[in-house]
Every structure is written in C-alpha cells, then in structure tokens.
Design a protein around this ligand. Structure first.
Ligand SMILES: *Cc1c(COP(=O)(O)O)cnc(C)c1O
Length: 484
C-alpha cells in the first residue's frame, strides 16, 4: 500500500505546479490578456461564424497526459474567444452591453486563488463581510434601511427568481392559492420574470399585463383599476413587478406612483433594475428612479451598469429576514456554522451554499477606481444616448423611437413609402452590419415594425465609438441602395 501511495503522490503532485511552471502559465495568460485588451480599440464587435468551425471544439480531446500550457491557451485564443459577439468591444451596442473592467478580472483571479468560502461566515468571515459590505453599499445607494439585506447572485435572472420566491412566501401563498394569485407586469417586463414564476411553481398564477403609455411605461391608473377589479373578483392581487430600465426600450416605470398603489392594496412591490439600477449614481438617474426606495425588493446587475464581467447580479430585500425565511434549512453537518456574526451569511439567504467569491470582482474596481470615474462613465453613457438620438434625427430617412429615457436608442431606416419594404430593407441592413462587424446592434419590434436598438452601456463606449456607429450606418445604407 505504501508503495502505491508514493506512486500516486508523484502523479497527483503534478496538480500543484512548482513556482517556475506556475509563473510560466501566469506569464502566458497575462501576455494574452494584455494583447487582447490592447487590441480592443480596433477589434471587431462581431465576428461571423459557422457551426462547423465552432463544433471542432466539441471534438477537442481531453487527454490522459495533458498538454503544454501554450497549446491550451492557443485553443482558447484562436477558437473559443473570437467567434460571435465581442462583448468587450466599445462598439457592442446590442442587447444590454456588459463591462469587462480589467481590474475586476484581477479580482476574479484573486478570488479563485484564495478560494475563500463566501457562503458561510464561520468559515470565511472576511469573504462574507466583503460581500455584506457590497450589499450595504448598494442599500445606501438605493435608500434601503438597515433592516434590508441581500446577496450577490450570478445575474439578474437568478436574483429576480429569489425575489419572487421571497414575495410568494411573505404573502403566505400556498399551492392552492396560486391560480387566484395575480402578478402585475407590462409587455416590457423581462422574460426572466415569467420564467421565475414558472420555476417557483406559479406558472398558473394570473399574469396581468398593465397597459403602457407611448414611452413604454406602466400606466399607474390602469394598475390601480386592475387591482381593484381583481379584488372585487375574488382574486389575490399579490405582486407588482416594475422595470427601472426595461431591456428592450430602456423604459422606467413611474416607481413612486406604483409604490403608493402597492401600499394602498398591500401588494409586494418588486423593481427589476437589472439594467438601469446603477444610473442611480448620476443625478438624472436619481430623478428617473425616484420611488425605488419604496420597493420591497429590487434587482440590479453589477455586470451591466457597474461594468463587471458577466456573472454578477444582486438582490436587495427591504426586510432581510424574509429571504432568510425562504431559505431556512436544517442540516446536522451545518451546526458548527451557526455563530452570532451580526450579519447574514449568503448561504442563509440565497439558494447557493458553496459559492463563487464574487465580491472581490466588485470590490476591487470600486476600491481602486473610486466612485467618481464610475459615475462619470454612467453620465457619459446617458449623454451619448442623447447625442446618438439627436444625430439620428438629423439623418435623412431615419425614424427614431421614443426619446431615450436612459441609454437605449431605437431607430429604423425608412427609404420607402411602403413600411413592409422598409422592414425588408432594415433586415438586409442588419445582415450587412453583422458581416461588416465594426459595430453590433440588436433589433426589436415596435408596433409590428422592425427597429434597431443601440444600447449604450459598455465602459469602452465613448464619443468616437458612437461616431463610428453613425458612419458605418451611413456607409452600409448607401451600399445597400446601390446594390438594389
Ligand atoms: C439583463 C436583464 C435581466 C436578466 O439578467 P441576467 O443578468 O441576464 O440574468 C433582467 N431584467 C432586466 C431589465 C435586464 O436588463
């Protein structure tokens, strides 16, 4: 047995590279990262791909002996990263851009190296305190009181799900009530909310779509009416989900008015601020999001408005004990972890136990960059959206959507009197833009018509990137017209 152990140890010690080997891989990774970041200024925002090329990755062998570090990094750099949307590009205007602050990446590296157990205080009090600090900072930003709490989730979808479960339990809804329970949303509400209701076992609850004004905002009077009618009809009005920056149009529902209605009828008021929440750091954002402090829970995505790499959402709940109730557990092997820390451990208030030490990637950029730079970047995005919208209005044969409330600009090209022809032309234009790759725009529909969306939220988007958007658009429109 001893001999076998010696043999096995010799092999298993390969898992702990010696200092020199470790430094080689670190050096290669840092070289790659720096080159990648330096190239972003000119790198395509989109690289067309074919399924066949991507599928070669599915056949990439995982071998008994392993390969040299350089070989593995080459596959990563040549095959994994390039195809598709370049989410680190400042010319990525699709969906809701995320960030990719390089300082956050270092935070991730440190989190993984130290591998602190961010779920449980008694194991890693420093890690739990760091996450709690991030939550306190968010609570201050959104005007939540000391009774509030929350955690860093993988993203907005996950955080919205937890909010819905907390709201369900807080209202003491049982399975027998679900078909009478009513949730109030709009056609702009992110699809993850309906999905969260499904996952929470509440797919049969009544989804009441409240009409919107011409700027895609929930009409409070219609909400009030709908709740009264449902109460009269013997239903159980239960939850209102408002958007603070809808993903599609960037619309902000009138939060303060909705809060009054929620309180009047005793409903849980949840705000999905995954996209728009961090505009709270700006004066305009504070005005737009007024009333968010009255909500019972809110979701904000640091991987959007705080420019962090993907994988960081946050949930705040006004009364932290409500999420603690929804996540209560008994397990004899966890008895040692019950200590009086004066703060909730993420494992007590969220679905995860062992969790990514997410706080470092948020804390390090906040600490090092400070708030001024982040606030300036957010104010810059709001102003760039206004700039883009004005420039588009000056362009011939361009119709813009509603004036941007935050940083989403919608527009369509209208060279033809026939709107159906225009839809076709816009679709062709979108294809040309994808093939070109310098800018990436996503698309949507307003009133059944094709619209482009430019969402400005990448940390790397500045005036010159928006000017490039405008010039590429002009160029490709002409190209298309000539080819007809
Ligand atoms: C992005 C987004 C979500 C979903 O968040 P993920 O982080 O992508 O899971 C939910 N709501 C809104 C308004 C969003 O913009």
């Amino acid at each position: 047995m001893e001999n076998r152990l010696v043999q096995l140890e010799k092999l298993s010690r390969q898992l702990e590279p010696l200092r020199d080997e470790r430094e080689l891989l670190q050096k290669l990774a840092v070289q790659y990262s720096n080159q990648f970041l330096d190239e972003q200024q000119d790198a395509p925002a989109y690289t067309p791909f074919t399924k066949n090329v991507v599928n070669t990755l599915l056949e990439d062998p995982i071998t008994e002996a392993g390969v040299l570090p350089g070989e593995a990094l080459k596959i990563f750099g040549d095959q994994v990263v390039p195809p598709g949307l370049n989410l680190t590009s400042g010319r990525h205007f699709g969906y809701i851009p995320g960030g990719g602050l390089s300082v956050a990446a270092i935070g991730d590296y440190l989190a993984a190296v130290t591998n602190r157990y961010a779920g449980v205080y008694s194991s890693s009090p420093g890690a739990v305190a760091l996450e709690t600090r991030m939550i306190y900072w968010l609570a201050e930003l959104f005007g939540y009181p000391e009774t509030s709490g929350g955690y860093l989730a993988s993203g907005g979808s996950h955080a919205n799900l937890t909010a819905i479960v907390a709201a369900r339990d807080s209202k003491k809804l049982k399975a027998a009530d679900f078909s009478k329970a009513v949730v109030y949303i709009t056609a702009q509400t992110h699809h993850c909310v309906a999905r969260a209701l499904n996952i929470a076992g509440m797919s049969e609850c009544v989804h009441r779509y409240i009409p919107m004004d011409d700027q895609f905002r929930m009409v409070p009077e219609k909400l009030d009416e709908a709740i009264s009618e449902d109460l009269n009809g013997g239903l159980i009005p239960w939850l209102i989900v408002a958007s603070a920056g809808s993903t599609d149009a960037g619309a902000v529902d009138p939060l303060a008015d909705i809060a009054v209605i929620a309180r009047k009828h005793g409903l849980w008021f949840h705000v999905d601020a995954a996209y728009g929440g961090f505009f709270m750091l700006t004066e305009k954002g504070k005005r737009m999001l007024k009333g968010i402090e009255e909500s019972d829970s809110l979701v904000v995505d640091p991987h959007k408005g705080l420019f962090l790499p993907y994988g960081t959402g946050a949930l705040l709940v006004k009364e932290a004990k409500k999420i603690a109730f929804s996540h209560r557990f008994e397990a004899s092997y966890m008895n040692d972890t019950k200590v009086d820390s004066g703060m909730y451990s993420p494992a007590e208030i969220s679905p995860e136990l062992s969790k990514h030490f997410r706080a470092v990637r948020m804390w390090l950029p906040l600490k090092i960059h400070g708030i001024t730079a982040l606030r300036a970047a957010l104010e810059e995005k709001l102003l760039l959206a206004k700039y883009l919208s004005e420039k588009l209005e000056e362009m011939d044969q361009i119709e813009t959507g509603p004036a941007p409330q935050l940083s989403v600009v919608m527009f369509r090209w209208t060279p033809d009197p026939d709107e159906i022809v225009n839809d076709e032309l816009n679709r062709s234009l979108h294809k040309l833009l994808l093939e070109d790759g310098r800018i990436f725009l996503s698309t949507t529909q307003i009133g059944g018509r094709f619209f482009f969306r430019a969402a400005i939220l990448s940390a790397r988007t500045h005036l010159s990137e928006v000017d490039t958007l405008l010039s590429v658009l002009r160029e490709k429109k002409e190209e298309l017209l000539k080819s007809l």
